[in-house]
Design a protein around this ligand. Structure first.
Ligand code: HEM
Length: 414
């Protein structure tokens, strides 16, 4: 592996972004703790190492300060400073003890008792999005369904009018291009400027939302955040809302789109799930393993650590490749096969550890209800044969389709 030309191991190259598993498999087998020059950091691909690293408090998530320092004085610095201040309040970029303080405010947000209410709301949104479709036709599952769904669900959770969802979506997208490192977008200054303007506008809107909730309390996520986050400043509450909008958006969109792609490519499974909709929850779990929307997370070593006999020095970056760990044959038999009978899955798609995804119940629910809704609605769903080849988004962290053109027929009334 050390003699490999670097380009073959460039995880940003279009070929690898399209299908990263051949590279992940080789890394896992031949160099499970691998220094990758193109990323300037370590890559961990084994399930055991990734699980251990997710729980390892010597690996820090506090990356924002360093990012700002590296860029200080350069082009777009004021924008970067503003973004770094905002992101510094995101729980996902905080180590203990502050992490606990920020996370505590959201601990009750998605408790099991709220799930039936949420399910009814999500089902209504799914039906509303499918409503305008005729008996047969074409749709881009990403733009027409998987993208708007979580945006509407989150707008409603926050207690915002649906009419604002487009705005929320475009703010979240602009922020995403900054946070997620769009590998095609090299115009840094423009990217930072757009993200900074989105962050400012979003913060102003969410401060107003907090005031609205203080004046007239309601029964929603924002109210719960204000109650359980009474120990936080208004800025921290607002930045937490921004984070939740962002965290719950692209992830869910891409899970739904990848899941539908698997179903249209596996017609036997699609037929089975249509007949047994109660098994869709198991399928979602397996699809999270096969094609999780968060490809990797990364950490900074705060001290020297050792993984797989390799020394990682303080200050070095460590990428934990969740989607490689999810296909580790030492944990999953026939890892490249989609098998909804696996039972309780040990996938790491929600990052089990101190930062375990707080939105996991909502994400599972949205994906299940979305798939159940699509399968109940259409007798036939297939890839649009005349469409251009499928393309994946040029991002390292998020694994998602740019578009998913489908043809549908045999629509039933909702
Ligand atoms: C399929 C969809 C989703 C996936 C795969 C996913 C995945 C993840 C992962 C891997 C992390 C850990 C990041 C790290 O350790 O660095 C995380 C954290 C988080 N996610 Fe999700 N997520 C999804 C949906 C959502 C949704 C719908 C919400 C909320 C509406 C949400 C809220 C959060 C929050 C608040 C955290 C931070 C937890 C912390 O730092 O303590 N996520 N998510």
């Amino acid at each position: 592996m050390n003699t490999e030309p670097e380009s073959a191991l460039d995880l940003r190259s279009p070929a690898v972004l399209d299908d990263p598993h051949p590279v992940y498999n080789r890394l896992r087998e031949e160099a499970p703790v691998h220094w990758n020059a193109s990323l300037g950091g370590w890559i961990l691909t084994r399930h055991a190492d990734v699980r251990r690293a997710l729980r390892d408090e010597r690996l820090s998530v506090e990356k924002m300060g360093r990012f700002e320092e590296r860029r200080s004085g350069g082009e777009g610095h004021a924008d970067i400073a503003l973004l770094a201040r905002t992101l510094a309040d995101w729980m996902v970029f905080n180590d203990p003890p502050r992490h606990r303080e920020l996370r505590r405010a959201m601990q009750n947000a998605f408790l099991a008792r709220d799930i039936p209410v949420l399910e009814a709301n999500v089902r209504a949104v799914v039906e509303e999005l499918l409503e305008p479709l005729g008996a047969e036709g074409r749709l881009d599952l990403v733009a027409d369904f998987a993208h708007p769904l979580p945006a509407i669900v989150i707008a409603e959770l926050f207690g915002m009018p649906r009419a604002e969802r487009e705005q929320l979506k475009s703010w979240s997208d602009a922020l995403g291009r900054f946070v997620l490192g769009d590998v095609e977008n090299t115009a840094h200054a423009a990217k930072y400027g757009a993200a900074a303007r989105a962050a400012q506008a979003m913060a102003a809107r969410f401060h107003a939302l907090v005031e609205e909730h203080r004046r007239a309390p309601r029964d929603d996520f924002t109210q719960l955040l204000l109650r359980d986050g009474a120990h936080l400043s208004d800025d921290e509450i607002v930045h937490t809302l921004m984070f939740v909008l962002f965290a719950g958006h692209e992830t869910t969109t891409n899970l739904i789109a990848s899941a539908v792609l698997w179903l249209v490519r596996t017609p036997g499974l699609m037929a089975r799930l249509r007949a047994e909709p109660e098994r869709v929850a198991d399928a979602v779990e397996e699809l999270l393993r096969m094609d999780g929307p968060v490809q990797m997370v990364f950490r900074l070593a705060r001290e020297d650590v050792e993984y797989g006999g390799t020394a990682i020095r303080a200050g070095e970056r460590v990428h934990l490749v969740l989607n490689a760990a999810n296909r580790d044959p030492s944990v999953f038999e026939r890892p490249d096969e989609l098998d909804i009978e696996r039972g309780r899955s040990r996938h790491v798609s929600f990052g089990p550890g101190a930062h375990f995804c707080l939105g996991a119940p909502l994400a599972r629910l949205e994906a299940r209800v979305a798939l159940q809704g699509l399968l109940a609605r259409f007798d036939r769903l297939e890839l649009e044969p005349a469409a251009a080849p499928l393309a994946w988004r040029p991002e390292l962290v998020i694994h998602g389709l740019k578009a998913l053109p489908l043809r549908y027929s045999g629509a039933r009334a909702p």
